[in-house]
Design a protein around this ligand. Structure first.
Ligand code: SF4
Length: 323
Protein backbone atom coordinates (compact mmCIF):
# COMPACT_ATOMS: atom_id res chain seq x y z
CA UNK A 1 0.00 0.00 0.00
CA UNK A 2 1.30 3.43 -0.89
CA UNK A 3 0.33 6.90 0.33
CA UNK A 4 1.20 10.37 -0.94
CA UNK A 5 2.06 12.58 2.03
CA UNK A 6 1.85 16.33 1.74
CA UNK A 7 5.13 17.45 3.26
CA UNK A 8 5.75 21.13 3.96
CA UNK A 9 8.79 20.55 6.10
CA UNK A 10 6.82 21.55 9.21
CA UNK A 11 6.82 19.05 12.06
CA UNK A 12 3.18 17.97 11.72
CA UNK A 13 3.55 16.98 8.09
CA UNK A 14 6.76 15.09 8.86
CA UNK A 15 5.11 13.22 11.74
CA UNK A 16 2.10 12.31 9.60
CA UNK A 17 4.40 10.77 6.98
CA UNK A 18 6.42 9.04 9.67
CA UNK A 19 3.31 7.50 11.24
CA UNK A 20 2.51 5.93 7.89
CA UNK A 21 6.05 4.56 7.52
CA UNK A 22 5.68 3.07 11.01
CA UNK A 23 2.70 1.09 9.70
CA UNK A 24 4.77 -0.32 6.87
CA UNK A 25 3.14 1.87 4.24
CA UNK A 26 5.21 3.06 1.31
CA UNK A 27 5.21 6.86 1.39
CA UNK A 28 6.13 9.41 -1.26
CA UNK A 29 6.26 13.08 -0.29
CA UNK A 30 4.47 15.75 -2.27
CA UNK A 31 5.31 19.41 -1.93
CA UNK A 32 4.55 22.60 -3.79
CA UNK A 33 6.28 25.66 -5.16
CA UNK A 34 4.89 29.06 -6.03
CA UNK A 35 6.13 32.67 -5.82
CA UNK A 36 5.04 32.56 -2.17
CA UNK A 37 6.86 29.48 -0.88
CA UNK A 38 9.48 26.93 -1.85
CA UNK A 39 9.84 23.19 -1.35
CA UNK A 40 13.30 23.49 0.22
CA UNK A 41 12.24 22.56 3.75
CA UNK A 42 10.18 19.66 2.37
CA UNK A 43 13.20 18.35 0.46
CA UNK A 44 15.29 18.30 3.65
CA UNK A 45 12.56 16.56 5.60
CA UNK A 46 11.96 13.92 2.94
CA UNK A 47 15.65 13.20 2.82
CA UNK A 48 15.68 12.68 6.57
CA UNK A 49 12.59 10.47 6.32
CA UNK A 50 14.23 8.51 3.50
CA UNK A 51 11.31 9.02 1.11
CA UNK A 52 11.05 10.42 -2.41
CA UNK A 53 9.56 13.82 -3.13
CA UNK A 54 7.40 15.06 -5.99
CA UNK A 55 7.31 18.85 -6.35
CA UNK A 56 4.32 20.48 -8.02
CA UNK A 57 4.25 24.07 -9.26
CA UNK A 58 0.94 25.63 -8.21
CA UNK A 59 1.78 29.25 -9.08
CA UNK A 60 -0.94 29.80 -11.68
CA UNK A 61 -3.57 27.78 -9.86
CA UNK A 62 -2.95 29.52 -6.56
CA UNK A 63 -3.06 32.93 -8.17
CA UNK A 64 -6.47 32.01 -9.55
CA UNK A 65 -7.61 31.10 -6.04
CA UNK A 66 -6.24 34.24 -4.39
CA UNK A 67 -8.26 36.48 -6.67
CA UNK A 68 -11.47 35.36 -4.95
CA UNK A 69 -10.96 32.62 -2.37
CA UNK A 70 -14.20 30.84 -1.58
CA UNK A 71 -13.34 30.63 2.11
CA UNK A 72 -11.74 34.03 2.45
CA UNK A 73 -8.39 34.94 3.89
CA UNK A 74 -6.58 34.27 7.12
CA UNK A 75 -4.89 37.13 8.91
CA UNK A 76 -3.23 38.58 5.84
CA UNK A 77 -3.61 37.44 2.22
CA UNK A 78 -3.34 33.72 2.98
CA UNK A 79 -6.35 31.82 1.60
CA UNK A 80 -5.44 28.74 3.66
CA UNK A 81 -8.58 26.64 3.26
CA UNK A 82 -8.68 27.13 -0.50
CA UNK A 83 -4.93 26.65 -0.73
CA UNK A 84 -5.02 23.38 1.24
CA UNK A 85 -7.90 22.13 -0.90
CA UNK A 86 -5.90 22.97 -4.01
CA UNK A 87 -2.82 21.14 -2.75
CA UNK A 88 -4.75 18.05 -1.69
CA UNK A 89 -6.55 18.04 -5.04
CA UNK A 90 -3.25 18.31 -6.92
CA UNK A 91 -1.82 15.42 -4.91
CA UNK A 92 -4.99 13.40 -5.54
CA UNK A 93 -4.61 13.93 -9.26
CA UNK A 94 -1.14 12.32 -9.08
CA UNK A 95 -2.26 9.24 -7.11
CA UNK A 96 -2.84 6.96 -10.04
CA UNK A 97 0.31 7.94 -11.90
CA UNK A 98 2.39 7.46 -8.73
CA UNK A 99 0.69 4.22 -7.75
CA UNK A 100 -0.73 5.54 -4.48
CA UNK A 101 -4.11 4.79 -2.94
CA UNK A 102 -4.64 7.70 -0.58
CA UNK A 103 -3.33 11.07 0.54
CA UNK A 104 -2.00 11.98 3.98
CA UNK A 105 -1.67 15.43 5.55
CA UNK A 106 -0.37 16.69 8.88
CA UNK A 107 -3.47 18.73 9.70
CA UNK A 108 -4.48 18.80 13.35
CA UNK A 109 -8.06 19.51 14.44
CA UNK A 110 -8.38 22.94 16.07
CA UNK A 111 -4.75 23.88 15.61
CA UNK A 112 -5.22 26.93 13.44
CA UNK A 113 -8.06 29.40 13.39
CA UNK A 114 -10.30 28.64 10.44
CA UNK A 115 -8.28 26.30 8.24
CA UNK A 116 -7.91 23.52 10.79
CA UNK A 117 -11.22 23.89 12.53
CA UNK A 118 -13.56 21.03 11.66
CA UNK A 119 -15.44 22.98 9.01
CA UNK A 120 -12.13 23.91 7.40
CA UNK A 121 -10.97 20.29 7.31
CA UNK A 122 -14.32 19.20 5.89
CA UNK A 123 -14.18 21.92 3.22
CA UNK A 124 -10.67 20.82 2.21
CA UNK A 125 -11.78 17.22 1.80
CA UNK A 126 -14.98 18.11 -0.05
CA UNK A 127 -13.31 20.52 -2.43
CA UNK A 128 -10.28 18.35 -3.07
CA UNK A 129 -12.59 15.68 -4.48
CA UNK A 130 -10.79 13.02 -2.43
CA UNK A 131 -13.90 11.62 -0.87
CA UNK A 132 -12.76 9.35 1.99
CA UNK A 133 -9.21 9.07 0.67
CA UNK A 134 -7.74 11.89 2.72
CA UNK A 135 -6.23 10.70 5.99
CA UNK A 136 -5.04 13.00 8.80
CA UNK A 137 -3.06 10.61 10.99
CA UNK A 138 -2.42 13.14 13.77
CA UNK A 139 -6.13 13.72 14.44
CA UNK A 140 -7.69 10.65 12.82
CA UNK A 141 -9.29 9.38 16.02
CA UNK A 142 -11.32 12.58 16.27
CA UNK A 143 -12.55 12.32 12.69
CA UNK A 144 -14.79 9.97 10.76
CA UNK A 145 -12.95 6.82 9.68
CA UNK A 146 -11.57 7.17 6.18
CA UNK A 147 -11.44 4.53 3.43
CA UNK A 148 -7.85 3.47 4.33
CA UNK A 149 -9.00 2.86 7.92
CA UNK A 150 -12.25 1.12 6.99
CA UNK A 151 -10.49 -1.16 4.54
CA UNK A 152 -7.72 -1.97 7.00
CA UNK A 153 -4.95 -0.47 4.87
CA UNK A 154 -3.95 1.42 7.99
CA UNK A 155 -4.56 0.54 11.62
CA UNK A 156 -6.79 3.26 13.10
CA UNK A 157 -5.73 2.21 16.59
CA UNK A 158 -2.19 3.34 15.86
CA UNK A 159 -3.30 6.76 14.65
CA UNK A 160 -3.57 9.77 16.98
CA UNK A 161 -6.27 12.03 18.35
CA UNK A 162 -4.35 15.29 18.66
CA UNK A 163 -6.35 18.47 19.04
CA UNK A 164 -5.66 22.17 19.55
CA UNK A 165 -2.69 24.45 19.51
CA UNK A 166 -0.37 22.74 21.98
CA UNK A 167 2.82 21.45 20.37
CA UNK A 168 3.86 19.27 23.30
CA UNK A 169 2.66 15.90 21.94
CA UNK A 170 4.30 16.61 18.59
CA UNK A 171 7.60 17.53 20.23
CA UNK A 172 7.52 14.33 22.29
CA UNK A 173 6.79 12.29 19.20
CA UNK A 174 9.61 14.01 17.30
CA UNK A 175 11.98 13.06 20.09
CA UNK A 176 10.74 9.48 20.09
CA UNK A 177 11.26 9.20 16.34
CA UNK A 178 14.56 11.09 16.44
CA UNK A 179 13.25 13.71 14.02
CA UNK A 180 15.55 16.71 14.08
CA UNK A 181 14.88 18.52 10.81
CA UNK A 182 11.69 20.51 10.61
CA UNK A 183 10.69 24.07 9.71
CA UNK A 184 8.99 26.48 12.09
CA UNK A 185 5.19 26.21 11.93
CA UNK A 186 4.72 29.90 11.06
CA UNK A 187 7.54 30.38 8.58
CA UNK A 188 7.76 29.99 4.88
CA UNK A 189 4.68 31.45 3.25
CA UNK A 190 4.88 35.06 2.09
CA UNK A 191 1.09 35.29 2.07
CA UNK A 192 1.19 35.26 5.87
CA UNK A 193 3.69 38.12 6.03
CA UNK A 194 2.31 41.54 6.93
CA UNK A 195 4.67 43.54 4.70
CA UNK A 196 4.23 41.25 1.73
CA UNK A 197 0.45 41.39 2.18
CA UNK A 198 0.56 45.18 1.82
CA UNK A 199 2.35 45.16 -1.53
CA UNK A 200 0.35 42.16 -2.71
CA UNK A 201 -2.95 43.94 -2.00
CA UNK A 202 -1.72 46.97 -3.90
CA UNK A 203 -1.02 44.86 -6.98
CA UNK A 204 -4.30 42.97 -6.68
CA UNK A 205 -6.35 46.12 -6.14
CA UNK A 206 -4.87 47.60 -9.30
CA UNK A 207 -5.79 44.51 -11.31
CA UNK A 208 -2.16 43.63 -12.01
CA UNK A 209 -1.79 40.15 -10.50
CA UNK A 210 0.44 37.84 -12.50
CA UNK A 211 3.02 35.21 -11.60
CA UNK A 212 5.87 37.48 -12.72
CA UNK A 213 4.33 40.46 -10.93
CA UNK A 214 3.99 38.75 -7.55
CA UNK A 215 7.53 37.38 -7.81
CA UNK A 216 8.85 40.92 -8.15
CA UNK A 217 7.00 42.04 -5.02
CA UNK A 218 9.49 40.25 -2.81
CA UNK A 219 12.51 41.98 -4.35
CA UNK A 220 13.52 45.53 -3.47
CA UNK A 221 11.54 48.61 -2.54
CA UNK A 222 8.07 48.88 -4.09
CA UNK A 223 6.48 52.13 -5.26
CA UNK A 224 3.03 52.86 -6.66
CA UNK A 225 3.40 55.70 -9.17
CA UNK A 226 -0.12 55.76 -10.63
CA UNK A 227 -3.02 53.31 -11.04
CA UNK A 228 -1.25 51.92 -14.12
CA UNK A 229 2.39 51.96 -13.03
CA UNK A 230 4.46 50.32 -10.28
CA UNK A 231 8.20 50.55 -9.69
CA UNK A 232 10.55 48.09 -7.96
CA UNK A 233 14.02 49.36 -6.95
CA UNK A 234 16.83 47.05 -5.85
CA UNK A 235 18.44 47.62 -2.45
CA UNK A 236 21.71 45.84 -3.16
CA UNK A 237 23.63 44.02 -5.85
CA UNK A 238 21.79 40.72 -5.51
CA UNK A 239 18.39 42.42 -5.65
CA UNK A 240 19.46 44.35 -8.75
CA UNK A 241 20.44 41.07 -10.38
CA UNK A 242 17.16 39.46 -9.30
CA UNK A 243 15.19 42.34 -10.85
CA UNK A 244 17.09 41.87 -14.11
CA UNK A 245 16.16 38.19 -14.08
CA UNK A 246 12.51 38.76 -13.21
CA UNK A 247 11.63 41.62 -15.54
CA UNK A 248 9.61 40.76 -18.59
CA UNK A 249 10.57 41.74 -22.10
CA UNK A 250 8.48 44.90 -22.24
CA UNK A 251 9.02 46.20 -18.71
CA UNK A 252 11.20 49.29 -18.55
CA UNK A 253 14.54 49.26 -16.77
CA UNK A 254 15.97 52.43 -15.24
CA UNK A 255 19.46 53.15 -13.97
CA UNK A 256 21.46 56.29 -13.22
CA UNK A 257 23.81 56.89 -16.16
CA UNK A 258 26.77 58.51 -14.42
CA UNK A 259 26.51 57.38 -10.82
CA UNK A 260 26.52 54.09 -8.95
CA UNK A 261 22.99 53.17 -8.06
CA UNK A 262 20.18 50.67 -8.16
CA UNK A 263 18.17 49.18 -10.97
CA UNK A 264 14.50 50.05 -11.19
CA UNK A 265 11.87 48.01 -13.03
CA UNK A 266 8.78 49.90 -14.12
CA UNK A 267 5.75 47.64 -14.60
CA UNK A 268 2.23 48.12 -15.89
CA UNK A 269 1.34 50.67 -18.53
CA UNK A 270 3.39 53.71 -17.56
CA UNK A 271 2.83 57.08 -19.15
CA UNK A 272 5.48 59.77 -19.61
CA UNK A 273 4.78 61.26 -16.18
CA UNK A 274 5.27 57.82 -14.56
CA UNK A 275 8.62 57.37 -16.31
CA UNK A 276 9.82 60.72 -15.03
CA UNK A 277 8.66 59.91 -11.49
CA UNK A 278 10.40 56.52 -11.68
CA UNK A 279 13.61 58.16 -12.90
CA UNK A 280 13.53 60.66 -10.01
CA UNK A 281 13.11 57.82 -7.51
CA UNK A 282 15.91 55.75 -9.07
CA UNK A 283 18.17 58.83 -9.07
CA UNK A 284 17.32 59.45 -5.41
CA UNK A 285 18.80 56.04 -4.47
CA UNK A 286 21.89 56.54 -6.69
CA UNK A 287 25.02 58.38 -5.60
CA UNK A 288 23.89 61.51 -7.43
CA UNK A 289 24.37 64.87 -5.68
CA UNK A 290 21.18 66.16 -4.09
CA UNK A 291 19.31 68.88 -5.92
CA UNK A 292 21.38 68.64 -9.10
CA UNK A 293 20.15 67.20 -12.41
CA UNK A 294 21.08 63.58 -13.04
CA UNK A 295 20.90 61.44 -16.18
CA UNK A 296 18.87 58.24 -15.99
CA UNK A 297 18.94 55.51 -18.63
CA UNK A 298 15.59 54.02 -19.60
CA UNK A 299 15.21 50.97 -21.83
CA UNK A 300 13.65 47.58 -22.34
CA UNK A 301 14.59 44.59 -24.47
CA UNK A 302 12.88 46.07 -27.51
CA UNK A 303 14.14 49.64 -27.30
CA UNK A 304 17.44 51.55 -27.45
CA UNK A 305 18.64 53.10 -24.23
CA UNK A 306 17.20 56.59 -23.86
CA UNK A 307 18.55 59.14 -21.42
CA UNK A 308 16.36 61.49 -19.45
CA UNK A 309 17.49 64.34 -17.23
CA UNK A 310 15.76 64.60 -13.86
CA UNK A 311 16.29 66.15 -10.45
CA UNK A 312 16.43 63.33 -7.88
CA UNK A 313 13.62 63.34 -5.37
CA UNK A 314 14.46 64.25 -1.80
CA UNK A 315 13.98 61.18 0.46
CA UNK A 316 10.70 62.55 1.82
CA UNK A 317 9.32 63.09 -1.69
CA UNK A 318 10.25 59.55 -2.80
CA UNK A 319 8.61 58.07 0.29
CA UNK A 320 5.23 59.45 -0.81
CA UNK A 321 5.17 56.75 -3.49
CA UNK A 322 6.29 53.85 -1.29
CA UNK A 323 3.70 51.10 -0.95
S1 SF4 B 1 0.09 29.34 4.88
FE1 SF4 B 1 0.36 29.76 2.71
S2 SF4 B 1 0.99 27.79 1.85
FE2 SF4 B 1 0.10 27.35 3.83
S3 SF4 B 1 -2.03 26.91 3.38
FE3 SF4 B 1 -1.90 29.08 3.93
S4 SF4 B 1 -1.71 30.12 1.97
FE4 SF4 B 1 -1.22 27.96 1.59
Amino acid sequence: MKALALVSGGLDSVLAARLMLEQGIDVEGVSFVSPFFTADAAAESCEELGIGLVVIDVAEALLGVIGAPKHGFGRYVNPCIDCHALMVREAGLRMEELGASFVVTGEVVGQRPKSQMRFGLQAVERESGLDGLLLRPLSAKLLEPTVPEKKGWVDREKLLGLHGRTRKPQMELAERFGIETFASPAGGCLLTDENYARVFRDLRDHGQLSVAGVKMLSVGRQFRLSPAAKLAVGRNHSENEALFRLKSRDELLLKAADHKGPVGVLSGEPEDGDIETAARIVARYADAPRGEPASVLVWNEDTERATIEVVPFAPREARRFAI
